[in-house]
Design a binder for this molecule. Structure first.
Ligand code: SIN
Length: 493
């Protein structure tokens, strides 16, 4: 079956955006190069160098030197630079959105939303850095005064995922710049183009280029080993899988490098009988299908209480089956491709396994399209607890629904996972909403809200979903050390 394709006008505009990338080329990759593909077509859209660990260390040296100077700049200067960067990013929204959509596969509308979300981190930190934390208190025993202030942690290694190729970069680099730190940035090999363009625009806005050194490479493990083994690196911020995060923490341990880890999720979304049906369905659609379900905070296990279950499944399945699948930049498309062929094969395996074990297929269920990595928006109802899909991070447009009868039962099931990033509760009863949110073992909870992420809020997980927070004031502190001065005092006359 052929899927909607973009107009010639949109295709040309997106090709222009790609060709405008710094040093753009698109030839058959040589030995030390790699190709970036468009997941809508599987066609090559760019060729990039794959840097060696030695070349990465050369970038560490440049960034380290630049960081020393940047740490001495005034908060006002850093704030003005970031405010200017926000304006430059927004002025280039369409260009950035085309690049995001072509290399990652989210729809153009979603890509535009990501540019705004990403730029909002820059604006938020531009303001926040002007309100430095710090304190003054008297020693309770007398004889001295205690003064605390914040200092930049030093050179940061930022490793970003492919699913939000711009927002996950700005969520790291904006607080790093705000705190006075330089960065070495490794974008995901699947989506490096957005990072290159974002950093180029930040440089145009006045952030020194030496402060943000991007390393594109296919040698991820050797890269991390070399860079984290360099004593000039004092900070790592990683977003990705729990397995890789754990390996990076092991490497960071050698030089006691301050670590922030945004790792895997397995978010429960709970709909109680007393929920507003329409609100719950729309919230669940957002929590499931935002970014094609390719998000650490995507609703992974949908639990619906017996009294509302039939109505919810009916309405939710209807909305899911209305989703128009097609090329990410095509007009009128609701759902683009997923990231690669392995993902498509994995969804098919999970759906087939669940159906074999007794789940009911209510929408979708199959790969689609003649080329590209497409999978239909899919709903499985009455998913049994032993199905693979009930015990894995799906990371795609497949919804796994099961039913429950009591609050106690659903809380036990929701928390029965080593992960704890996001959770969702839909109910019109405020007491229930807060009681359940308090008992969910997750770092963030959406209450009647399918998209809780916000630059002003602390994003991060409990248990094996990570360490530290991004966004908000807490996200700035991840790039800071606390300095404490003890000022001795004696009586004077
Ligand atoms: C993620 O999936 O890693 C981030 C999602 C978000 O920022 O909302």
């Amino acid at each position: 079956m052929s899927l909607p394709t973009p107009s010639a006008e949109r295709l040309a505009a997106s090709d222009d955006a790609l060709r405008s990338l710094p040093g753009y080329s698109n030839h058959e990759p040589g030995e030390k190069e790699f190709a970036v593909l468009d997941p809508s077509t599987e066609e090559r859209i760019a060729t990039l160098p794959s840097l060696s660990p030695e070349e990465a260390i050369a970038q560490v040296a440049i960034a380290h030197e630049a960081g020393r100077a940047w740490a001495k700049t005034t908060p006002r200067h850093r704030s003005d630079t970031l405010h200017n960067a926000y304006l430059v990013l927004i002025a280039n929204k369409e260009r950035l959105a085309y690049v995001i959509s072509r290399e990652m596969g989210k729809t153009l509308a979603e890509a535009q939303g990501e540019v705004q979300y990403a730029a909002d981190y820059v604006r938020w930190y531009a303001d926040e850095l002007l309100r430095p934390a710090g304190g003054y208190r008297d020693n309770p025993a007398g004889g001295s005064t205690i003064l605390t202030k914040r200092a930049p942690v030093g050179l940061a290694l930022l490793i970003a995922p492919w699913n939000f190729p711009m927002a996950m970069i700005t969520r790291k680099i904006a607080p790093a710049i705000a705190a006075g730190c330089a960065s070495v940035i490794k974008p995901a090999g699947l989506t490096p183009l957005t990072t290159l363009l974002t950093v180029e625009l930040l440089a145009e806005a006045g952030v020194p280029r030496e402060l943000m050194r991007v390393v594109t490479t296919t040698q991820s493990s050797a890269f991390s080993e070399a860079v984290l083994g360099d004593p000039r690196v004092r900070k790592i911020s990683f977003t990705g899988s729990t397995g890789v995060g754990s390996t990076l923490m092991g490497l960071a341990a050698k030089n006691i490098v301050k670590s922030s880890m945004e790792l895997g999720g397995n978010a429960p979304l709970i709909v109680f009988d007393d929920a507003d049906l329409e609100r719950a369905v729309e919230g669940a659609i957002l929590a499931k299908l935002r970014n094609g379900g390719q998000s650490c905070v995507a609703a992974n296990r949908i639990y619906v209480q017996d009294g509302i279950a039939n109505d919810f499944v009916e309405a939710f399945s209807k909305r899911m089956s209305q989703m128009v699948l097609g090329h990410s930049i095509a007009e009128g498309v609701d759902l683009g491709p997923v990231i690669n062929r392995d993902a498509v094969n994995n969804f098919q395996r999970l759906v087939d396994d669940a159906v074999t074990r007794g789940a009911e297929l209510r929408a979708g269920g199959r790969a689609a399209g003649d080329a590209g990595y497409f999978f239909e928006a899919t709903v499985l109802d009455r998913v049994p607890a032993d199905a693979d899909i009930a015990n894995t991070e799906i990371f795609g447009p497949v919804a796994a629904i099961s039913r429950f009868s009591t609050q106690e039962e659903v809380l036990q099931r929701a928390n029965d996972t080593p992960f704890g990033l996001a959770g969702y509760v839909f109910t019109e009863n405020l007491d229930r909403a807060l009681n359940v949110a308090d008992q969910l073992e997750t770092g963030l909870v959406g209450i009647n809200n399918g998209v809780p992420s916000n630059p002003a809020a602390p994003f991060g997980g409990m248990k094996q979903s990570g360490l530290g927070r991004e966004g908000s004031h807490e996200g700035l502190e991840e790039y800071q050390e606390i300095r404490y001065y003890n000022i001795a005092r004696r009586e004077t006359r």
